[in-house]
Design a protein around this ligand. Structure first.
Ligand code: GLU
Length: 595
């Protein structure tokens, strides 16, 4: 995720404020949002033209121009379950489970293989948040393995983003991925470390087939990738469409060392030294001491009891969990049910909750290790009650408007026969991170520090500086939302997603849909979801949304944009009686396997 300078959009200023005013509501429409209708001049059932002056332009808001994938998400029922955004990663993790591994073992395999086969999204040069449910103790544990800012970071440089290619090392945070996965395995794994790491070595060494999503990501990022000789020779020297096979022998050697030596192989010695030199050669600050001093943080999850469920999710430095917990705190299940699944009224109500959470994020969220984050105050029941009173079905509140970019990231879920579950989101931030590869070790370095907020972005909130500003050792605020829902001591849902600022609203929509309407996982993922943009419009709906649905949202004060694909994908694992179900999002060609 990256906030860029506020844009004076076509719907900014007076026009924007005018539509924030209370508007007369027509009767609610019942049109299914996926109904295909002409885009221009949407009409209500009563036949009145709902188009406002800004509508034509709002409808043309399209963040990305890639079509919806035509491969169905796999799903199934059984005792062992995996869902990831990449087929090879899912199958490797399932093999780990079938070889006697537990959910923690399978998650390590899945994440490391994903780092090889889906390297635009994640890898050992990145970081992750891990949420683990231990069936024996009935407790969840959160491991924060997010990247940190190097000790010698120069904060002032971040106000001049974007960095030129030769300064792209400034984006690089201290990678946490390997330390986090190793900690998960050390505490909860069953099989030997080498065994769960090995499938990633094999994938890198013997080669893997490029997924349609990866081919698409390379297409998006290819101009910037050209500046990095390793990325250029690995990814841009042959056509990838149609499933080319790629081998990453240098990365394979690094993974082999991690397999035999553990995390030390990356955090100390030759690889660490190369990561620091490479980053510094590109203007960054990463040092061997930063790597040596990296440690994983255990955090208390955010929790809300809702409609008989215990929802546990990611606390700061993620803003994602806050959004989910706030949305659940604002609405009762029967209220949401009465609005009807995915109706304009339902979407508008949730969108209001999400926009308010984004405003809280901008005002208050930073790394709790360096900034006092008032999490309890932000979730205070009195505050939520007052916020609920401000939300009306016929009025839209603005958040200050920002531009945003959506990129990489990968969410995966694993579950074993004992009932242990992992919900893990891993990322290098944007596609192929900083587009900076350590030439000998083949490690692609993250650009996670781009998640720090610009001073100009918080000026609209009347803040002189952001609580999420670059400081030595700080972790930038994230949107990643690995979530676990428990009922009667068992996991009934594990959820999470990818896609920058779209992560939290998408995960929240999926979780709320499941808990409120009890829909099948696959139906939830195949269905439409709305996004909360930070400029121009107040809500983005899929391009095939009906004109009547759009008009209904507009009568509630929403400025509606449409979008074809936002780079977001959600993976879900559920319990249906005594058997597990899992589903992967078709948007990124994800694959679920249940046995
Ligand atoms: N860096 C982002 C975050 O942690 C995720 C990367 C992305 O999907 O853009 O929120």
């Amino acid at each position: 995720m990256r906030f860029v300078r506020p844009e004076v959009g076509r719907h900014g200023g007076a026009a924007y404020n005018r539509v924030m005013a209370r508007q007369q509501l027509g009767p609610a429409t019942t049109d299914h949002p996926r109904a295909a209708v002409p885009r221009a001049k949407p009409r209500t059932k009563r036949g009145s033209t709902a188009a406002l002056p800004w509508l034509g332009a709002a409808l043309s808001v399209t963040l990305l121009i890639f079509g919806t994938p035509d491969i169905e998400a796999a799903s199934g029922r059984g005792q062992l379950a995996v869902a990831t955004e990449n087929a090879r990663s899912t199958h490797a993790a399932m093999q780990t489970l079938q070889a006697g591994g537990n959910a923690a073992d399978a998650a390590v395999t899945a994440a490391l293989v994903a780092g090889v086969t889906s390297p635009g999204s994640s890898g050992i040069g990145g970081g992750c948040f891990i949420h683990y449910f231990d069936a024996t103790s009935g407790k969840t544990t959160i491991l924060d393995a997010r990247e940190t800012a190097p000790a010698s970071i120069v904060a002032a440089d971040f106000e001049a983003r974007p960095f030129a290619s030769e300064s792209r090392g400034k984006w690089v945070g201290v990678p946490g991925e390997v330390a986090g996965l190793h900690e998960l395995h050390r505490r909860f794994g069953k099989l030997p470390w080498a065994k769960v790491v090995h499938p990633a070595v094999v994938a890198a060494q013997n080669g893997f087939q490029v997924s349609p999503h990866l081919a698409r990501v390379v297409g998006w990022a290819k101009d910037a990738m050209r500046n990095d000789p390793s990325l250029r020779s690995l990814w841009l020297s042959k056509p990838l469409q149609g499933g080319a096979t790629i081998k990453s022998p240098k990365l394979a050697r690094s993974l082999q060392r991690i397999e035999t030596e553990g995390p030390k192989a990356l955090y100390e010695g030759a690889i660490a030294s190369e990561l620091a030199t490479t980053t510094r050669g590109a203007g960054g600050w990463l040092s061997v001491d930063d790597l040596k001093n990296y440690s994983v943080t255990q955090r208390d999850s955010l929790h809300v009891a809702w409609a008989g469920y215990d929802v546990y999710t990611m606390p700061p430095p993620s803003a994602g969990g806050l959004m989910l917990v706030q949305a659940l705190s604002l609405f009762r299940k029967d209220e949401l049910r009465s609005l009807g699944f995915n109706t304009p009224a339902y979407q508008h109500a949730l969108a209001e909750a999400f926009r308010a959470a984004i405003a809280d994020r901008m005002r208050y969220l930073g790394d709790p290790n360096v900034e006092a984050v008032p999490t309890s105050a932000l979730l205070d029941p009195g505050r939520m009650k007052r916020r609920r009173q401000r939300i009306a079905l016929d009025r839209t509140h603005a958040i200050p408007r920002f531009g945003l970019e959506e990129h990489g990231t990968h969410h995966l879920v694993t579950g074993d026969a004992e009932g242990n579950v992992v919900s893990l989101t891993t990322t290098v931030n944007r596609a192929f991170g900083a587009k900076l590869t350590a030439p000998q070790s083949g490690v692609v370095l993250n650009d996670e520090l781009d998640d720090f907020t610009l001073r100009t972005d918080v000026a609209q909130f009347n803040l002189a500086q952001s609580p999420n500003r670059p400081r030595p050792g700080a972790k930038p605020v994230s949107s990643m939302t690995p979530t676990i829902v428990i009922k009667d001591g068992k996991v009934v849902l594990a959820a999470g997603g990818s896609g920058g600022m779209a992560i939290a609203p998408n995960v929240a929509q999926a979780v709320i849909a499941r808990l409120t309407f009890d829909l099948p996982l696959k139906e939830i993922l195949d269905g439409p979801r709305f996004q909360i943009p930070t400029s121009e419009s107040t809500i983005l709906v899929p391009q095939d949304t009906s004109a009547a649905h759009i008009a209904d949202l507009q009568r509630r004060g929403e400025i509606v944009g449409t979008v074809r694909f936002t780079g977001t994908a959600v993976q879900l694992l559920g319990n249906d009686g005594s058997v597990k179900t899992a589903a992967a999002d078709p948007r990124k060609f994800g694959v679920a396997s249940v046995k």
